[in-house]
Design a protein around this ligand. Sequence first.
Ligand code: ACM
Length: 287
Amino acid sequence: MSILSRFSTPPGATCGVLQVPRKVGFYQFAPEFGAVSKNLSRVLAALSGADADIIVLPELPFTGYYFQDRSELATLAEDPATSPTLSALVQLCRENDFHLVTGFAEKAQGKLFNSALLINGEGILQTYRKLHLFNTESDYFDPGDRPLQVSQVDGIQIGLMVCYDWAFPEVARSLALQGADLICHPSNLVLPWCQQAMLTRCMENGLFAVTANRTGPDARPRGTLTFTGQSQIAGPKGRLLHRASTEEEGLFITRIDLAQARDKNVTPLSHLLKDRRPEFYSRLKSR
Ligand code: ACM
């Protein structure tokens, strides 16, 4: 396991009104397509002993991303209720007293979802099913069927989204309106725009976001996709706290001050959420 770097609050620095900084991070690595137990072993080894409150893994970190077809996905996806992968992750959380947000190829009620799970040592706290499927994903995944929601974990309000959801500002805004302090964002990015856009998502909603991307290629029958790393942690005011490189693998953890996400004022008189004019946004609700 490599800790890429750590940030600690300087002596005497205030941590804001909530007084407790939270340790959040991501694990960036290159999963091998189809090698579920090998990928799981890598994650277990890398995260074991980590000192964190919440760690975010990439999208589909155990199966790989670029499925040939729905039947291939069906052989690799798992039902969370019986998944040995999920059991091992829950045990990892229990042994290390942290929460995990992980991408997950989810089999449920005869459907296959590109999901993100928020888990702790007891089990699943929230399941999010990707709403905006990217490119060929709709050939094999079913579109998400659940409303966006926020879960409280040790005083942190956590919202989930997956990769291409970044391109729909309504997602981050919906989570912000439900009180999200932190968006956990498992990703398998191939385009170059997300990281910069997430700084804007954080600025316009006054919250933190951990984008956990993967590295390396999926060389598959449909072609080769190369994933772009640069996982990052961003915060209110569009501040970049850390961005990994394109290819490095490792665990990065930093501290965030939740009070910064609870203050939505950009000037004493200007408030990111209260100043909205939804009565003029009716087109947002039509197709
Ligand atoms: C993506 O949504 N995996 C680009």
